[in-house]
Design a protein around this ligand. Structure first.
Ligand code: SF4
Ligand code: FES
Length: 242
């Protein structure tokens, strides 16, 4: 799934006035990343593909604002990924994500290592203009090694997709719209009663501080965390994703 520009890619589209090669089947986001051009994104992951939920990957393609992770690359497509309008749209989306959950960065062990926080900084978000929801969903600490704070979950579906790929389906997103929730699939509804193991990819893929390890927290000092000095844009794939 990790995007690379295949050597036989012969077709091209234009991204910010640069020619980007692609092969049929690649999306604009995949082809751009493969060519070393970064477009902000949150729920797309090189191992898991797209989910289409965060919309942060929006670009202007042939004059329409669209999610680049779901937009098939096509010859001659004119794509803009950097503009004041797009920055404003992405910042608004980030503000909404912050307002929907309890993202109190100073008290979160993921601070400095959180992709949501890093993208908010990168887009100049200093506050949310939306009234906070202050959700009060119950924290699930029933697992011996992990704890889940659903109030910080951005419903990116990464843990869900990773667990599905591992054949466990320990987690699922249930409900609709504003009532959507991340749920453990056990009969009891408790994380500890699912087959999820601390060694699973699903346990380690959360880009925010929702799914955490019990045994190790706050081990990396502030100032030495992943995004403390560089935005996601300046990082390699290996550094950017959990
Ligand atoms: S727990 Fe983390 S990885 Fe799973 S859906 Fe929520 S934010 Fe995404
Ligand atoms: S990365 Fe495209 S919708 Fe989230």
């Amino acid at each position: 799934m990790r995007p690379t520009t295949p050597p036989f890619a012969s077709e091209t589209f234009t991204l910010d006035e640069e020619s980007i090669p692609f092969v049929p089947g690649q999306t604009v986001l995949e082809a751009a990343l493969a060519a070393g051009r970064y477009i902000p994104h949150l729920c797309w992951h090189p191992e898991m593909g797209n989910h289409g939920s965060c919309r942060l990957c929006v670009v202007e393609a042939n004059g329409r604002i669209q999610a680049s992770c779901a937009l098939p690359a096509q010859p001659g497509l004119q794509v803009v990924s950097k503009s004041e309008t797009l920055t404003r749209v992405r910042r608004t989306l980030l503000e909404m994500l912050f307002a929907e959950g309890n993202h109190f960065c100073p008290g979160c062990e993921k601070s400095g290592d959180c992709l949501l926080q890093a993208l908010a900084y990168a887009h100049g978000m200093t506050a949310s203009h939306f009234d906070p929801f202050y959700p009060q969903r119950r924290i699930d600490a029933s697992h011996p090694d992990l704890w889940l704070d659903p109030n910080r979950c951005i419903l990116c579906g990464l843990c869900v997709r990773a667990s599905l790929a591992e054949g466990k389906e320990a987690l699922v997103i249930g409900g609709r719209g504003i009532a959507s929730r991340l749920l453990a699939t056990s009969a009891s509804g408790r994380l500890g009663d699912t087959a999820l193991a601390a060694t699973d990819r699903a346990a380690r893929i959360c880009p925010v501080g929702a799914l955490n390890f019990k045994a190790a927290g706050f081990t990396t000092p502030i100032g030495k965390r992943r995004f403390d000095h560089r935005p996601p844009e300046a990082m390699s794939d290996k550094e950017r994703y959990t």
